[in-house]
Write a protein that binds this ligand. Structure first.
Ligand code: FE
Length: 352
């Protein structure tokens, strides 16, 4: 469409030149999507949206940090219309850095529960919406560890689990969000003592991603590990028998079922601050919150839908959680707000 013809040349270089040019040539309505999601099942989602609305999607893939850096560098010249990120702390960061355009949408306000979206602005607009949820669960060696010794996050710091715990870097957004949530649940003092206890219990210094922690339990290096639920579900559903064997070797627990519930994080979306197609961008987010899209969107990465009343039949998730589980109910926006406080605690207790 016309506006893509006005993009600065630098934008074309970094941003999927072929697709943007194709859109410009076709003179069709289009939105430019910056996405940290990269799941093949998302393809069907995008083409269904185009079929239903005639709006083409030009997608640029990068990770969350890369997208945020790019939006900042591009400033008001950014061609971005919709942003999809995969962590509440990063969505919060995008919001406070002024990279999103707060919007008002009856459809999104109805579909997405208030605790899974940004705090409303003074004029009742919302900067970002959760579109799927994932749980931060504990996996354990079924031979060395009793389930009741890991059924609460607090027990990761219990001396009974000394030398057993593996976890990725404390500064990774998934952990910043988990620790931001525990700060809400038990206050900063107890959270800092807990983080210190976890450091004392580590089997090794934090390294690798969540899948590496699961593998650490399967190989015997760790007896207990923390991971997002979809990494385990991915191994359970893998076509590679070795990966399935790893998943089957570990036990999984959804922590804090008898107290505040398991910590959940989100993948979510926002309209870009300088979008020149904000009406169509909102339309796309509304589409993603619809029942059909929610199924694809969540299932594509073995997650749960965020929209109310949408259920999903995912055998791996069902096997892991026993069908349903109690999740925490604090506003997800609070976990982002605690990030800086949490990082200071991590530095004080030597949590790498
Ligand atoms: Fe992830």
């Amino acid at each position: 469409m016309a506006r893509t013809g006005n993009l600065p040349i630098s934008a074309f270089i970094g941003l999927g030149l072929a697709s943007l040019c194709a859109a410009a040539a076709a003179q069709e309505p289009a939105i430019n999507l910056y996405s940290a999601r990269h799941y093949s099942t998302d393809e069907a989602l995008y083409s269904n949206f185009t079929k239903a609305t005639g709006i083409r999607i030009n997608r640029v893939d990068a990770d969350d940090a890369g997208i945020i850096a790019r939006l900042k560098a591009e400033g008001s010249a950014s061609p971005a219309d919709v942003i999809l990120l995969v962590d509440a702390a990063r969505l919060w960061k995008g919001e406070v850095e002024g990279l999103f355009l707060p919007i008002q949408s009856k459809i999104l306000d109805t579909a997405i529960p208030p605790q899974l979206r940004a705090k409303p602005t003074d004029v009742g607009k919302t900067a970002w919406f959760g579109l799927s949820t994932r749980a931060r669960v504990i996996v354990y060696d079924k031979v060395k560890v009793k389930k009741e010794d890991v059924d609460r996050y607090e027990k990761l710091a219990d001396p009974i689990n000394k030398g057993k715990v593996c976890i990725r870097s404390g500064s990774h957004p998934y952990n910043l969000s988990l620790f931001g949530a525990t700060t809400e649940h038990m206050g900063p003092q107890k959270t800092e003592a807990w983080l210190k206890g976890m450091v004392d219990n580590m089997a090794r210094s934090p390294k690798g991603g969540d899948t590496d922690q699961i593998k650490g339990v399967a190989s015997g290096e760790c007896a207990i590990a923390v991971t997002n639920s979809y990494y385990l579900a991915r191994l359970l559903r893998s076509s590679n028998p070795e990966e399935r064997a790893i998943a089957e070797r570990v036990g999984v627990v959804f922590p804090n079922q008898s107290t505040w519930g398991t910590h959940i994080n989100i993948a979510g979306g926002a309209v870009a601050k300088h979008s020149k197609n904000s009406a169509n961008a909102v339309k796309f987010l509304e589409y993603l919150a619809g029942a059909d899209a929610q199924g694809y969107f969540a299932n594509g990465n073995n997650e749960w839908p965020a929209a109310v009343g949408v259920t999903l039949d995912n055998p791996a998730l069902k096997a892991m959680s026993g069908g349903s589980f109690k999740s925490e109910t604090i506003p997800i926006s609070a976990v982002g707000m605690n990030q800086i406080k949490v990082q200071q605690m991590l530095d004080r207790v030597g949590f790498k």
